[in-house]
Design a protein around this ligand. Structure first.
Ligand code: PXP
Length: 259
């Protein structure tokens, strides 16, 4: 299973001081040394973390494949086409969200997504669609010409967190107030859904990745799903690198995934 490291939050930390360190570019050789397979960055419309300058330098200098998350906004797609990452992962984007809250609605935005895919393919950029584990979305994704889907594991991660932390510890987690028995059952159902979604994706000849909210505590059941070929993990690894250093934080995740 491949491991992509999302380094957006190195830029988040830099931007908190509005100066030049830590520089996300400096993470690249550490990612490689620690056994990561890919660097993932999200050039958001509001440029809240990764900037155009970061994206340009990372695409020009990375010795690992670059997976660029982006919205389907045509202006952003045009920028991605000039940057030429190895892959673009199309995600939904809302200005007011803290992080990417749900999957892309491929049914609703089919035309816009197909236009984006055509432009990206014309520039030799592979495309992945970040979607919820929803069968109709997967079927529609297969019709768009995208090579890959990335299943949104955020709901699974939030349920896992609610089950394993004290009530009111994570106040924004909508599952905190669900009783534990129901929550346990819902968590199992969500895992089953991720498994079945992977099977369907593979049957439709889509490569299947997964990501969002994955951490050292919840990653194992996801790595056990046969057919998922790649995980993209950001927040937890960057958070742990504050204590462990980036290299060690990646090595620990790599070991869990390889087990
Ligand atoms: N995959 C996609 C498509 C994402 O949008 C994100 C968040 O930017 C991630 C993976 C990583 O999520 P997290 O930071 O929660 O690990």
């Amino acid at each position: 299973m491949k491991l992509g490291i999302n380094i957006d939050h190195i830029a988040t930390l830099r931007n908190a001081r509005k100066i030049n360190e830590p520089d996300p570019l400096m993470a690249l050789h550490i990612l490689k040394e620690a056994g990561a397979d890919q660097v993932t960055i999200h050039l958001r419309e509001d440029r809240r973390h990764i900037t155009d300058f970061d994206a340009k330098r990372i695409c020009e200098n990375s010795f690992l494949p670059v997976n660029m998350e982006c919205s389907i906004n045509p202006e952003i797609i045009d920028i991605i086409c000039t940057l030429k990452p190895h892959r673009a992962t199309l995600v939904p984007e809302k200005r007011e969200e803290v992080t990417t809250e749900g999957g892309l609605d491929v049914i609703k935005f089919e035309k816009e997504i197909k236009n984006a895919i055509d432009k990206l393919h014309a520039n030799d950029i592979e495309v992945s669609l970040f979607i919820d584990p929803d069968f109709e979305q997967i079927k529609k994704s297969a019709e768009t010409g995208a090579e890959m889907i990335e299943l949104h594991t955020g709901k699974y991660a939030n349920m896992h967190l609610a089950l394993n932390t004290n009530i009111n510890h994570t106040p924004f987690n909508v599952f905190e107030n669900m009783d534990r028995k129901t929550l346990k059952k819902e968590l199992e159902l969500e895992l089953k859904l991720l498994k079945d979604a992977t099977i369907l994706g593979n049957e439709l000849e889509l490569e299947v990745a997964a990501g969002h909210g994955l951490n050292y505590q919840n990653v194992k059941p996801i790595t056990d799903i046969k057919g998922i070929v790649e995980l993209n993990i950001g927040h937890s690894i960057i958070a742990n690198s504050v204590f462990l250093g980036l290299k060690q934080a990646i090595i620990q995740m790599r070991e869990l995934i390889n087990e």
